[in-house]
Write a protein that binds this ligand. Structure first.
Ligand SMILES: [Zn+2]
Length: 413
């Protein structure tokens, strides 16, 4: 049978994945449980917006009793933003699988409601349990439906002490990265000099290592030297780093909270605003939309600032804080506009001065005039490539460039 739940964690500790680890041990789950991230733009998420699903073998009623007991015991139901949802499905036919897969594809990239989830649950014969408003059933159903044509794995270790700074031999993280990257990814942000595998909140997670296979994340963990006691570990199969949330869309079709890839032409020169955020807009045949590269995205903004009107790009991102702004995760530069700049002529070894509007130039030494304006093609310092937010600012779902490049290399070989 299928078991799934979501939204059992809170800002003040506890974690859906930890509860899943406890239950997988208790129920003797054999296959890797799924850890599924949903639309990162949805405002009412707890932290990571991760839901879990697994297949358990045994008596339906017994398993149900155990799961509900654990969820009640470990969920932070008192946190106002925690609204757990649990789903049980005895078996899935191909029709039901298809319905759930479609539901997942919507939940990962758009806004879906609790009502949508309830309707879907009815269609596939799922038993749902809602705690408080039960928003968690959305993620739970989506996690069962996630079929993961592209998938990655995450090794999660849980700590015995649940509070205080995580203690680790930092050098071992660099050694792990050296030994396993790029088959593991998002371990370290070298530009920000930050270790990314350790979370900071008051939750039971000690560290999470992401990679291409269960073997590689396990190998990576063996390189890590924790300086505190580890309670237990588990490996999840996930949609991390797969771009599962992004859909090609026309600007006109964009709705609040959507995740999208827009094929557009840069309209105005990007500008850096107060606070370091960079803004510009793009257009397609259906309309115009603003794009933002926030300060947190690091040197991604340097690439963005090199864009010019007329450049064609694929803009990858989500609609969140501002309903008319695409929050950029990465861009692919498809075509660079050919741009010219005026060349100031030289005379008597000096730059000539303007002789007035539309009157050309005049030499300040010998007085010679030159009416013709010469133009020079601007040498563009941005390439026809992909550019992405710095690792520390990357979304769980965003596919890192290293994964895209590696796949290309594989296909070429
Ligand atoms: Zn002169």
């Amino acid at each position: 049978m299928f078991v799934a739940f979501d939204d059992t964690d809170s800002r003040r500790g506890m974690c859906t994945t930890y509860l899943c680890a406890l239950l997988c041990e208790k129920l003797g789950v054999k296959k890797y449980p799924k850890l599924i991230r949903l639309n990162p733009n949805i405002p009412f998420k707890t932290r990571g917006n991760g839901a879990v699903a697994f297949e358990a073998e045994g008596d339906y009623e017994e398993i149900k009793k155990t799961v509900l007991k654990y969820v009640k015991k470990y969920s932070k139901v008192k946190d106002e933003k925690t609204n757990p949802g649990v789903v049980f499905i005895e078996r899935l036919g191909s029709k039901e699988k298809k319905i759930l897969r479609e539901f997942y594809l919507r939940a990962v990239s758009e806004l879906v409601t609790i009502k949508d989830a309830e309707k879907t649950a009815k269609k596939v014969g799922a038993e749902i349990h809602k705690f408080k408003n039960g928003r968690g059933i959305i993620g739970a159903l989506a996690a069962v439906g996630a079929d993961l044509p592209d998938r990655t794995f995450e090794f999660v270790a849980y700590r015995k002490r649940k509070i205080g700074e995580r203690k680790i031999d930092s050098r071992s993280v660099y050694e792990m990265d050296e030994a396993t990257y790029p088959d593991t990814f998002n371990n370290i942000d070298y530009k920000l000099k930050r270790i990314l595998i350790l979370p900071h909140g008051p939750d039971p997670v000690y560290c999470g290592i992401r990679g291409e296979s269960p073997e590689i994340v396990e190998k990576a963990w063996k390189n890590i030297r924790p300086l505190e006691e580890i309670e237990r570990t588990i490996i999840f199969v996930t949609n991390h780093g797969t771009d599962a949330h992004l859909r090609k869309k026309k600007i006109k079709e964009i709705k609040p909270y959507d995740c999208a890839i827009i094929d557009g032409t840069v309209v105005d020169e990007p500008i850096r605003m107060h606070g370091g955020h960079v803004f510009f807009s793009i257009k397609d045949s259906s309309g115009t939309i603003g794009c933002a590269a926030y300060k947190q995205t690091g040197d991604f903004r340097e690439a963005i600032l090199k864009l010019m009107p007329g450049d064609r790009i694929h803009a990858f991102g989500g609609i969140s804080r501002y309903p008319d702004t695409l929050n950029l995760e990465k861009i692919k530069v498809l075509r660079l506009a050919t741009l010219y700049e005026k060349v100031v002529p030289v005379c008597c070894a000096k730059n000539m001065k303007s002789a007035g509007k539309n009157k050309g130039y005049k030499c300040i030494k010998c007085g010679r005039k030159e009416r013709k304006t010469r133009l020079r093609e601007i040498c563009r310092s941005i390439k026809l490539e992909l550019y992405e937010a710095t690792a520390g600012a990357r979304r769980h779902l965003s596919k890192p460039l290293i994964r895209i490049k590696k796949k290309r290399r594989k296909q070429a070989a």
